[in-house]
Ligand binder design. Structure first.
Ligand code: 8GP
Length: 836
């Protein structure tokens, strides 16, 4: 074997760790099985073989990874640091095989070893280190950053327990812990030599140094260690592999032993528990987390680790601290890492000795903030006493930032103390809070929303005062999703058909998918399109049968709503239509409607009672309808338990109809809407989030629109909304609501669903009743349209062909151009081999 040389392309040595010939891959799988997994082939399990294959693939990424890192340093490239409390990566194996261009070779090698590649792929437990949209967006963005060759690094937390697993017992959601690391994680590399220390609690001391300069020292109460775990993020055929660096918290030996040696055993154990708890578990809340100290510890922990790491790498590369913001740009994925603004100030002033003004210049040119929600209750704020006792030095810094900010504000808007109070970093109405969104706004160069409407609503409403002060900071970047995972990996059947007509360039450049448009008018292609769709539906049908025991008909329309369960997303509006159809069928047996299978999937935050009750109502309605022979040939309702990325990969390709039915003005963007449409599903949706832009792109005639606009919603609420009147005046709605209350779906229990129904009748904050008739009419139109299969296929193809804009590659290019000021892409790294 040749000795690898330490530089650039020469790192690729054609040996059994890098060669991609089929015999070499076979040999490598066997070698890894024996030497890394420690098993003989005769006794190896599917999991052992998965591990051996994963190491084989990782070996083929490593040269690209190390070369990429080296190139970024060598060329002094401006680098994006994407800070996110969540990265919902999904399983890596199939995606890495695709991005390496090794699909055919690996399939051949495994089959010659008598291994079933699809079965091995299924062994991988997904790292569920996120709740939903925000975490999955971070993962799509990492894929695009590497594909485009943007110098970038993801930073987050290596939660030991990720998003809980959901099972359904007696129709209710039950949460089980997710120990995703049980069998080990073949993708990550622990780097203990790059550890950092993070302090908490204690107090500060200040003094004047001999030159009269004001100095502060933080004497912490606890110190913990952050250990980085690195995962390579390979671009699609780009030759680039960026890094996702996740931090694990551990006890520092010194703190532990100090207490141990002085006989304070409890204290020693306590310090260890404190430290290890920080990265123990992901909070399973998708929008709102209130006052949880551990959550603030997590946020500060990973943000501080990441900033210290960035500074160290910056200085190790020979750069002066004063130039930090020229080479390092930070994107704050929501307010979760926004404590970084105060932390970078602390590091620059207290540790690196810069003055306030220079430190502020650097800080305010380093950060950018993405907002992901319009729900006012989801804007993070921390009770001041808790914040001050956990981060005393940061509170002082925030006070100082605030004092300077407010005095500038008073100069600009004299005699407007209401405005000052509204914009202050400290909420002083009653109990005092630190407002994290305000800290992010003040400390960031750019602030962005995630769809056009969302950004407009930030400007006009949620962050209106900041927009008036700094209009130039606000920018829109509509979300996107990666066509690699969400089309090429998850829908091989459709991908194959598309490649046969328009080649494969669209996988790396989704604008090219528009070439598919001309096939919409080709009836032979439409027939192929339907056959592919049918095959994909059969795949999901088998899965549904295996997991839920429910038999669904792949010829029925698959109508899917998969996303977190939340009142504003209105899974219960979908239910109201299902029940309307149910009542109609009961009244008029044999009513001509196309058979439909309603698919639901999604988790409810464990403490969110109404969301859990919505799940119970879905499963209860499913039980009644699926077992009613009068209707169950035409209607089926399925709740798919434990919805996650892996599962999404099965559902998006199989859907005919995508439900995007949030109350207008509530869904910041949505990204599931994009995944469905790319896979050829038609959307029924409101003018909310990115639906608006999707409808513009695919054409109004290829989208089922209903409901009030955001402006109409606001006007209706302002005028006084009376859902009870709608209930009184709409016969079908009244029957549906009465049937729920009657106990028809709760074995006679008239109280079970009362909290849900009473909420709708009395306040209905998400305007289900106001949109009910419009939704029902629109759904009836959908049914009619589906009966015309030729017409439906045309619309489906137009949807798939016009989704180029919603690739996360486009979003990332916009971030590079409009926010990060990154113009240099790519590295010297060797390109991935050609091939499928
Ligand atoms: C989500 C938004 O609800 C969704 O519309 C958007 O597409 C997605 O972010 C990506 O931009 N927001 C969250 O997931 C969110 O706020 N999660 C926080 C609790 C973590």
């Amino acid at each position: 074997m040749q000795e690898p040389t330490p530089k650039g392309h020469d790192l690729i040595v054609d040996d059994d760790r890098t060669s991609i010939t089929v015999p070499a891959l076979k040999q490598a799988i066997l070698d890894n099985l024996f030497y890394v997994v420690g098993k003989r082939a005769e006794v190896a399990t599917d999991m052992d073989h998965f591990m051996a294959l994963a190491y084989t693939v990782r070996d083929r990424i490593l040269a690209r990874w190390l070369t990429t890192k080296g190139d970024y340093v060598k060329h002094h490239m401006r680098t994006v640091h994407y800070l996110s409390a969540e990265f919902l990566m999904g399983p890596h194996l199939a995606n890495n095989i695709l991005n390496l261009g090794l699909q055919e070779a690996v399939r051949q090698a495994t089959s010659e070893l008598d291994l079933d590649l699809d079965l091995l792929i299924k062994q991988e437990s997904e790292p569920g280190l996120g709740n939903g949209g925000l975490g999955r967006l971070a993962a799509c963005y990492l894929d695009s950053l590497a594909t485009l060759g943007v110098p970038a690094m993801g930073y987050g937390i290596r939660y030991e327990y990720g998003m809980f697993h959901q099972t359904i017992r007696d129709g209710w959601q039950v949460e089980l812990t997710d120990y995703w690391l049980r069998y080990g994680n073949p993708w990550e590399i622990r780097r203990p030599q790059a550890d950092v220390e993070v302090a908490f609690g204690g107090h500060t001391q200040s003094w004047r140094d001999p030159f009269g300069e004001y100095k502060v020292q933080w004497i912490p109460g606890e110190v913990v260690k952050g250990i980085p775990y690195d995962t390579p993020i390979l671009g699609y055929r780009s030759g680039v592999a960026n890094t996702l660096r996740l931090w694990r918290s551990e006890a520092t030996e010194s703190f532990y032993f100090e207490r141990f040696n002085s006989g304070d055993y409890e204290g020693a154990v306590g310090a260890k528990v404190f430290a290890e708890n920080i990265s123990k578990v992901l909070y399973p809340n998708d929008e709102e987390i209130r006052g949880k100290e551990l959550r603030l510890q997590q946020q500060y922990f990973f943000t501080s680790c990441s900033l210290q790491d960035m500074i160290r790498r910056h200085q190790n590369a020979g750069h002066a601290i004063e130039n930090f913001h020229e080479l390092c740009v930070v994107q704050l994925n929501d307010t979760h890492p926004s404590i970084g603004v105060a932390e970078l100030m602390r590091l620059l002033i207290d540790i690196h000795g810069l003055g306030w003004d220079k430190a502020w210049e650097i800080t305010s040119h380093t950060f950018n903030y993405t907002n992901h929600t319009l729900l006012p209750e989801a804007l993070e704020r921390w009770p001041l006493p808790m914040f001050g006792s956990l981060l005393p030095r940061h509170l002082e810094i925030i006070y100082e930032i605030n004092a300077r900010f407010l005095s500038a504000l008073r100069e600009r808007f004299p005699n407007d103390e209401d405005r000052v109070a509204r914009m202050s970093l400290i909420d002083e109405h009653g109990e005092r809070y630190v407002r994290m969104a305000h800290l992010a706004c003040v400390g960031s160069e750019h602030i962005n929303g995630v769809a056009r409407l969302h950004t407009e609503l930030l400007k006009s409403d949620v962050l209106h005062d900041f927009y008036e002060l700094w209009p130039e900071k606000f920018i829109n970047v509509t979300n996107g999703v990666t066509p690699r995972r969400w089309l090429a990996v998850s829908n091989p059947e459709q991908t194959e058909l598309m490649i046969s007509k328009i080649g494969q360039d669209w996988i790396g450049d989704l604008d090219r998918v528009s070439q598919l448009e001309r096939y919409a008018e080709d009836s032979a292609f439409r027939a192929d399109w339907r056959n592919v769709q049918y095959a994909v539906k059969v795949r999901l049908t088998q899965y549904i049968a295996n997991t839920t025991g429910i038999a669904v008909d792949p010829k029925s329309m698959f109508d899917a709503q998969v996303k977190r369960i939340h009142e504003y997303k209105r899974q219960h509006l979908n239910l109201l239509y299902i029940l309307t159809q149910y009542q109609r069928l009961k009244k008029t047996p044999g009513l001509e409607i196309p058979a439909r299978t309603f698919l639901f999937g999604g988790k409810a935050a464990p403490g969110y009672f109404i969301a859990k009750l919505i799940i119970k109502l879905i499963t209860s309605v499913a039980e009644v309808i699926n077992n009613d022979p009068e209707v169950n040939q035409q209607l089926k309702v399925v709740f798919l338990p434990d919805y996650n990325v892996t599962f999404g990969q099965l559902v998006y390709p199989a859907a005919d109809l995508s439900e995007q039915i949030s109350t207008a003005g509530k869904e910041a963007s949505g990204t599931g809407n994009m995944k469905f449409a790319m896979n050829g599903a038609l959307t029924i949706g409101t003018l909310d989030g990115a639906n608006i832009e999707i409808r513009e792109a695919v054409g109004h005639e290829n989208f089922f629109l209903f409901g009030l606009t955001a402006a109409e919603v606001a006007a209706k609420k302002a005028a006084g909304y009376h859902p009870h009147q709608i209930y009184e005046s709409n016969g079908e709605l009244r029957e549906v609501i009465d049937s729920i209350v009657s106990g028809q779906f709760s074995r006679g229990d008239r109280n079970l669903f009362r909290p849900l129904v009473d909420g709708l009748l009395n306040t209905d904050p998400y305007l289900l009743f106001a949109d009910y008739q419009s939704y029902v009419d629109c759904q009836d139109q959908v049914g009619k349209a589906y009966s015309d299969q030729e017409g439906w296929s045309k619309m489906s193809i137009y949807n798939a062909a016009r989704m180029g804009r919603f690739s996360s590659d486009r979003s990332i290019q916009e971030y590079c151009r409009n926010i990060w000021n990154i113009t240099r892409f790519g590295v010297d790294a060797p390109q991935a081999p050609a091939g499928k």
